[in-house]
Design a binder for this molecule. Structure first.
Ligand code: DAH
Length: 358
C-alpha cells in the first residue's frame, strides 16, 4: 500500500502539467480525490488489510499524499485565476436607489408649514365617517339636494346606532357611514371637543366617485377652521391671501367670488391670479391665456361658518363666529407656477418615470 501511495504521488506529479483549464482541473480532482471512485479513495479501501503495526505509518503517508495532491490542485487553481478573487474594498459599493416623498406628501408638508405659524393646529380623524358629520351637521339633512355636490361613497349597510360623544346634539341616533367626501366633516367634531377658540387645520384623504383628468377617487383636501369672538370676513381674506402668497408666490393675488355652500353664509369661491398671464388673461403674443379664465383660476371654497353648523357643534352663534376654507391638495399643487400636470390621475399610477420628476 505504501508503494501504491508513492506511485500515486508520482502519477499526480506527472499529470499536473496537463491541467490547462478549470474543466481539466475538475476532471483531475475527481480522478484522484473523488469520494466514490477516486484513485486515493480506492487505495485507502485497502487499509483494512494492512498489518496493525504499519497502520499508523500508512495513515501518515496517505495524509501526506492527500495534502500533496490538494495543494498541487490549489496551486494550479490559483494560477488559472479561479482561486481567491481579488477584492478591492476601497471601491465604492452599489448604492440602493433611494426614493423621495410623494408629491402629495410634499404638498401637505408645505401647506402645514405655512399654516402652522399662524396658529393652526393639525388634527386627524377617521377616513370612514358618519353621514351625520359629513352632511347632517353641515346643514344638509338627509334629503337635501346639496348633498349631490359630493359624489359620496356610502358604506353598503342599513343605518346603525351611532356612539356620539356626550356633547353632541344627538339630532339623530342611527346613521349611515361614508368614506369621508370632504375635510369639512371634522368641523363639528372639533366643536364638540368644547375648547374655544378653535384654530385648526385638517389635511387628509377624501373619497369621491369620480375619475377623469382633473379628479381621482382618492385625493387629499386641507381645511382651515377658525372660531372665536368677533371673527369676520377680513380674517378669512387675510389668512387666505397670506397662504396664497407663501404657497404660489408673492406676485399672486386673490379675489372672493360669491358662491353657495350649505355650511357657510356668506360663501365664496376663491380665485387666484393666473401665474402664466399674470392676471391679464392675455399672453405676451396677444393670444388668450390657455391656463385661465380672463386672468383668474378657481382655487377653493370658503366662507363664514353657518349659524346652524355652530349650533350643531354646541356653540352659540350669537357669541361666536368663524370662517372656514377647504381645498384640494393635489389640485392646488398642480396649479403652482411652473408645474404643468395635465392629468391628476398620473399622481397615483405609481409610474416612477412620472414620480421621479419632482
Ligand atoms: N368642503 C367643500 C368641498 O369639498 C369645500 C369647502 C367649501 C370647505 C367652503 C369649506 C368651506 O370649509 O367653507 O367642496
Amino acid at each position: 500500500m505504501k508503494q501504491k501511495l508513492q506511485d500515486l504521488k508520482q502519477q499526480f506529479a506527472a499529470e499536473k502539467a496537463s491541467i490547462k483549464t478549470p474543466a481539466d482541473l475538475e476532471v483531475v480532482e475527481n480522478k484522484y480525490l473523488g469520494r466514490k471512485a477516486g484513485l486515493l479513495t480506492n487505495i485507502m479501501k485497502g487499509i483494512k488489510d494492512v498489518a496493525k503495526e504499519e497502520v499508523a505509518e500508512v495513515g501518515t503517508l496517505a495524509n501526506e499524499t492527500k495534502n500533496y495532491i490538494m495543494s498541487g490542485l490549489e496551486e494550479i487553481k490559483n494560477s488559472l485565476g479561479g482561486g481567491s478573487v481579488h477584492f478591492d474594498f476601497t471601491v465604492p459599493g452599489n448604492k440602493p436607489p433611494i426614493g423621495h416623498l410623494h408629491l402629495a406628501t410634499i404638498a401637505m408638508r408645505e401647506i402645514e408649514g405655512i399654516l402652522e405659524p399662524l396658529g393652526f393646529t393639525r388634527t386627524r380623524h377617521h377616513d370612514v365617517e358618519w353621514d351625520y358629520y359629513a352632511f347632517e351637521t353641515l346643514n344638509m339633512p338627509g334629503d337635501h339636494p346639496a348633498r349631490d355636490d359630493w359624489e359620496t361613497f356610502f358604506i353598503d349597510e342599513a343605518p346603525i346606532k351611532m356612539n356620539l360623544p356626550e356633547k353632541s346634539l344627538k339630532l339623530v341616533k342611527e346613521g349611515r357611514r361614508v368614506l369621508t367626501p370632504h375635510t369639512s366633516s371634522i368641523q363639528v367634531r372639533e366643536m364638540e371637543k368644547g375648547v374655544l377658540p378653535i384654530r385648526m387645520m385638517n389635511i387628509s384623504k377624501c373619497y369621491r366617485r369620480q375619475i377623469d383628468v382633473s379628479h381621482v377617487p382618492m385625493f387629499h383636501q386641507f381645511e382651515g377652521l377658525v372660531i372665536d369672538k368677533g371673527i369676520n370676513i377680513t380674517h378669512l381674506k387675510g389668512t387666505v391671501e397670506y397662504f396664497v402668497k407663501k404657497f404660489f408666490g408673492e406676485d399672486r393675488t386673490i379675489r372672493l367670488r360669491p358662491h353657495h355652500f350649505q355650511f357657510t353664509e356668506p360663501s365664496f369661491e376663491i380665485d387666484i391670479s393666473c401665474g402664466l398671464c399674470h392676471g391679464t388673461g392675455k399672453l405676451e403674443d396677444g393670444t388668450s391665456c390657455r391656463m385661465c379664465k380672463e386672468g383668474w383660476l378657481e382655487l377653493a371654497g370658503a366662507g363664514m361658518v353657518h349659524p346652524n353648523v355652530l349650533k350643531a357643534g354646541g356653540i352659540d352663534p350669537e357669541k361666536y363666529s368663524g370662517f372656514a376654507f377647504g381645498w384640494g391638495v393635489e389640485r392646488c399643487y398642480s396649479m403652482k407656477s411652473g408645474l404643468n400636470i395635465d392629468d391628476l390621475r398620473l399622481l397615483y399610477k405609481n409610474d416612477l418615470r412620472f414620480n421621479e420628476q419632482f
